[in-house]
Design a protein around this ligand. Structure first.
Ligand SMILES: [Zn+2]
Length: 296
């Protein structure tokens, strides 16, 4: 019986592994040039930023492990130089799933302190990640990376999408990578269970907007390449939702009432913001929960 049980567990494991692989079989990596030496790569999961040049290859985020080979092939088409640094914008698996493979490919991983804390903790399935999947260099507030003839400002924004978010600005290329503190044209996922908050998320968008100009190309965490005008529109949406839902809370509305009241988000629902991963009901619920928890 014991063997039979083990066998069925093994079969479940194999099926799950095959499915996980299958999910990525047809994913193609699309490369978009943003400046003379910076690119955005799209596959499945968070958008990847790449800088290439005489110092080597610098990558931001790495999607899922089964895609690493395809991602590294796409990078090889841009440069033959060695992989040097990888920054994780936060700890979520669709941005860090390839970490172990990237370390094996030569990268030194850099991230906020809390990204390391979350990656080295016991994972949901009870396992622990190997040290190759963890950041080697961590920072608390900000750091600068000088690579490929420019300074890249990496700065932490507090309690935004998670408690370990970083935004990166390429000062010469004029390219901003926001991580998941910006979902282009969509309601964002704000991970309240991992230290994210509505107020912090809004502050993050303000910080990001502060460092850029009208010519800046923006790599959002999810969605198409963006610009300052769209990013400003995103901030306007967040602030409008906060105003509406804060008022509903002030009026004594319950969680269920806010969840059901589509008038609170209608303007932006009509613009298609709810058509992504987070629909209009979920964003109302997130705002309610986060604002309710904040003493105002
Ligand atoms: Zn995320």
């Amino acid at each position: 019986m014991k063997t039979l049980k083990h066998l069925s567990i093994l079969l479940i494991f194999i099926t799950a592994t095959v499915n996980a692989q299958g999910r990525f079989d047809n994913v193609e990596i699309k490369t978009t040039k943003l400046s003379e030496h910076t690119y955005m790569l799209e596959g499945a999961g968070g958008n990847i930023g790449v800088s290439v040049g005489e110092d080597g290859v610098f990558v931001i985020d790495d999607q899922f492990a089964p895609l690493s080979k395809k991602i590294l092939t796409a990078i090889k088409e841009l440069s033959d130089m060695p992989l040097k640094f990888l920054v994780n914008t936060h700890y979520h698996g669709d941005h860090t799933g390839g970490n172990e493979n990237m370390t094996e490919a030569g990268a030194t991983i850099i991230a906020h302190d809390n990204v390391k804390k979350r990656l080295e903790a016991k994972q949901r399935d009870g396992s622990f990640k190997p040290k190759e999947a963890l950041p080697v260099i961590t920072f608390n507030d900000k750091l600068n990376i000088t690579i490929n003839d420019e300074s890249v400002a990496v700065f932490h924004v507090e309690h935004a999408h998670t408690d370990g978010d970083a935004i990166l600005y390429f000062t010469e290329s004029n390219v901003l990578h926001t991580g998941d503190t910006y979902f282009n044209g969509r309601y964002p996922y704000i991970d309240l269970n991992s230290g994210g908050s509505v107020n912090g998320y809004i502050e993050a968008a303000k910080r990001g907007l502060m460092v850029i100009d009208d010519e800046t190309k923006i790599i959002p965490g999810h969605g198409k390449v963006s610009n300052k005008e769209e990013y400003k529109g995103f901030l306007t949406m967040l602030e409008a939702l906060r105003t509406n839902i804060q008022k509903a809370i002030g009026d004594g509305k319950t969680e269920d009432e806010v969840k059901a009241d589509s008038s609170l988000t209608k303007t932006y629902d009509d613009l298609g913001y709810g058509s992504g991963f987070i629909n209009s009901e979920r964003i109302r619920l997130t705002f309610y929960k986060s604002l309710k928890a904040t003493k105002s």
